[in-house]
Design a protein around this ligand. Structure first.
Ligand code: HEM
Length: 172
């Protein structure tokens, strides 16, 4: 049992670290660079989203962290039954986990919009002409949604990480 908990903690924390780190990198550094570099940025994003294993790595790490975290939660709460659920740490881990789930849900929408942007970027590049009025409007709409989603995603994941880090020290 002890070794199982150690393995679950390792998987949970390593995968969670990758997930949150990659999401923050995408929101605060890669997306602004893509926006600032126009055509080159769209070309980069098209390759990054469709030709690399970034998406797979993101989803695998998010799911691994959530599955391992849920099993740890199950053990800690004795199947959601024990008084641990109403204790400071129990409440802290629950709120932090809720933020992580919110981050995951927003991530699903971010992923859809990033793929839509990559497809649109590919179409514009293939037509060899500047984007039509309709394409420009679509680019703006997707860009705005990605901006809002990115901030929401990053905020949720930062709050989840803060909550996870301090939950065991919450005494009330
Ligand atoms: C953003 C995603 C997440 C990150 C970065 C993260 C990070 C962490 C870290 C660093 C710890 C160790 C805290 C300590 O030992 O004091 C931890 C523990 C824990 N996490 Fe998460 N976590 C995440 C998501 C989740 C989710 C979604 C759940 C449950 C559904 C969860 C459940 C738990 C539980 C129950 C523990 C305590 C494990 C134990 O006492 O052995 N975590 N998490």
């Amino acid at each position: 049992m002890y070794i199982l908990l150690v393995i679950l903690r390792l998987v949970h924390i390593l995968a969670g670290t990758f997930w949150v780190g990659a999401a923050l990198m995408l929101t605060f550094f890669i997306s602004p660079t893509v926006n600032a570099t126009q055509d080159a940025g769209k070309k980069f994003m098209g390759h990054f989203m469709r030709q690399t294993t970034f998406n797979l790595a993101m989803w695998s790490s998010a799911l691994l962290s959530i599955i391992a975290g849920s099993i740890l939660f199950w053990f800690s709460s004795n199947g959601f039954q024990s008084s641990w659920m109403g204790s400071g740490p129990g409440i802290g881990y629950s709120i932090a986990a809720a933020f992580a789930f919110l981050g995951l849900i927003v991530g699903v929408f971010q992923n859809r919009n990033s793929n839509a942007l990559a497809v649109l970027g590919g179409q514009i590049q293939a037509q060899g002409a500047p984007p039509s009025a309709e394409q420009a409007a679509q680019l703006q709409k997707i860009g705005k949604a990605l901006g809002i989603g990115g901030t929401l995603n990053a905020t949720s994941l930062i709050l989840a990480t803060i909550g996870m880090a301090i939950a065991r020290y919450l005494v009330f």
